[in-house]
Design a protein around this ligand. Structure first.
Ligand code: URA
Length: 237
């Protein structure tokens, strides 16, 4: 048995708080009866409707994909490009948690659990996203400091980042840099490097929290275990 608001949230209909508001506003029914107080628990067999629409209560699934280059992070694509969802053999309607660019590779989670997806994407939850970028040029100490302290993107400063220069190739004037951030603004890593005058040549997300790509070649995926999913919830609490 699970709390009604948690079940509503996990189906991706609303956040947990919004689900509570919907219950209090008498917009939720369980087996045809309006529930208007919080704390009611429901089982898998109960039929729940929110605003007259039945909740799809299928089993929740969680995947970690090693996204290849040239694949779009989307559920569908009107240009016929391969999507990350099409790489995974799953009949349930899964979707990506956050976004990797078409040319970015690496760790991407896909799920049909809306509450989990929101939790993972919320920047205040401090989930490490570890990127390794090959950039043109060599970072000056002042530029490293700027990246660490935050860069103003769309008028808002990015939060503190960890930056580690892993390799410098003077001959080709390129560097390999690890950047650890918690947010997921559009093209964030590329725009952060751009802001210090460096173009990103290649970008890979090597890890999300404790989930790295060990055992997954490009295009391969695996299911997350119950333990891993609970550990992610523990991390953000
Ligand atoms: N930042 C980027 O610039 N691109 C990505 O794909 C992910 C993070």
């Amino acid at each position: 048995m699970e709390r009604l608001q948690k079940v509503i949230a996990s189906c991706g209909v609303a956040s947990r708080r919004k689900a509570e508001e919907l219950i209090l506003a008498k917009k939720v029914t369980v087996n045809g009866r309006v529930v208007s107080e919080l704390g009611v628990k429901v089982s898998d067999k109960d039929i729940i409707e929110v605003n007259g629409e039945r909740l799809n209560r299928e089993e929740k699934v969680y995947y970690l994909l090693n996204k290849p280059r040239g694949v779009i992070t989307s559920t569908t694509d009107d240009k016929g490009r391969t999507t990350v969802v099409s790489l995974i053999n799953e009949d349930k309607r899964i979707y990506p948690v956050g976004r990797l660019d078409y040319d970015t590779t690496g760790a991407l989670i896909l799920t049909n659990d809306g509450e989990f997806a929101n939790m993972m994407m919320h920047p205040s939850n401090n989930i490490d996203k570890v990127y390794v970028a090959k950039i043109k040029g060599i970072l000056l100490p002042s530029e490293i400091m700027q990246l660490k302290k935050g860069i103003v993107l769309d008028g808002v400063k990015t939060s503190n980042a960890k930056v580690k220069v892993k390799k410098i190739d003077k001959e080709n004037n390129t560097s390999i840099v690890e950047l650890i951030i918690h947010e997921g603004k559009n093209h964030q890593v590329k725009r952060m490097f751009e802001a210090v005058g460096k173009d990103v040549i290649k970008l890979k997300r090597e890890r999300i929290a404790f989930l790295d790509l060990r055992g997954l070649n490009s295009g391969e995926y695996r299911k997350l275990s119950h333990k891993e999913v609970s550990q992610l919830y523990v991390l953000v609490k």
